[in-house]
Ligand binder design. Structure first.
Ligand code: CP
Length: 305
């Protein structure tokens, strides 16, 4: 089941048909993972280039490739690559594309993924470009919502926290916009509201959304999507300290509620540990879905799904 594009840089590139196909392949990959994997991508090499810190995205890409019988080469941190010496993203793609069959890259600059994909000689995946997009995370969020709620159409999602710099909420907004009657409650301090590029997309698509700084307005949603305040994007540390824990979700907030709690992780205090044992807490189940979605994407982009 091929995709109608070679690279994944943004969730704005997907149609509803594309997401249907990706979720279908992911369901099949879940069964493959349950059996420990297969050799679908034997002989293929993934280059995992992570020029910003990552635990989940990097390790799940590596796990996905290895579960499908492929190999992985890696580069960590700008300071340990020739980008530190001034090599451009474009030259890096031309070089790494001679070694690998597919490349996943995380980079601190918004727009770096578009630059990389414009020249990359092999399929390219954006694993997060600064405050821009994180499309593979949004796809695993989508897969998780479908699994947890049994549907995506008609859901009410509350996005909470750093909606300005949190790239996952930007990417997920564009994906959910492909589904019917999805409703958003955007909970953030005024300094960290959803960027205009995303709210204008809601308006263009006729999507219902409300903006508030009151967490209680989001607690009745089907999905509560918590986010970390993105310390690394702040120029003023005092501003970060003032805003970092404005919203803390506690077990008492969920008493008698059916809301499913998601978080792309890492969390740094915005969900207390007493939420973890509740059935509402899906953020660790979501992590495994990251492997499943990335198995599907690697196979599809390599023409093997
Ligand atoms: N969700 C996510 O992108 O986590 P990492 O930063 O650990 O990759």
């Amino acid at each position: 089941m091929p995709l109608p594009f070679r690279h994944i840089t943004s969730t704005k590139q997907f149609s509803r048909g594309d997401t249907d196909n990706i979720l279908k392949v992911a369901r099949a990959m879940e069964k493959v993972l349950e059996k420990g994997g297969n050799d679908l991508l034997a002989g293929k090499i993934l280059a995992a280039l992570f020029y910003e810190p990552s635990t989940r995205t990097r390790l799940s890409f590596e796990t996905a490739m290895q579960r499908l019988g492929g190999d992985v080469i890696t580069a960590d941190g700008l300071q340990f690559s020739s980008m530190y010496k001034g090599e451009t993203i474009e030259d890096t793609m031309m070089v790494v594309g001679q070694y690998a069959d597919i490349i996943a890259m995380r980079h601190p600059e918004q727009g770096s993924a578009d630059r990389a994909a414009a020249i990359c000689p092999v399929p390219f995946l954006n694993a997060g470009d600064g405050p821009g997009q994180h499309p593979t995370q949004a796809l695993l969020d989508l897969y998780t919502i479908e699994k947890e709620k049994g549907k995506i159409d008609g859901i009410h999602i509350a996005m909470v926290g750093d909606l300005k710099f949190g790239r996952t909420v930007h990417s997920l907004s564009y994906l959910l916009g492909l589904y019917k009657n999805v409703r958003f409650t955007l909970v953030s301090p005024k300094e960290l509201v959803m960027p205009e590029k995303v709210t204008s997309y809601y308006k263009e698509k006729g999507i219902t959304y409300e903006e508030t700084d009151d967490l209680s307005k989001g607690l009745g949603a089907d999905i509560i999507y918590m986010t970390r305040v993105q310390k690394e994007r702040f120029e003023n540390v005092d501003e970060y300290e003032r805003l970092k824990l404005k919203y803390i979700l506690r077990a008492e907030h969920l008493a008698g509620r059916k809301a499913t709690v998601l978080h792309p992780l890492p969390r740094v205090g915005e969900i207390t540990a007493d939420v973890d044992p509740l059935p509402n807490a899906a953020y660790f189940r979501e992590v495994r879905n990251g492997v499943i979605i990335r198995m599907a994407l690697l196979a599809m982009l390599l023409g093997k799904a």
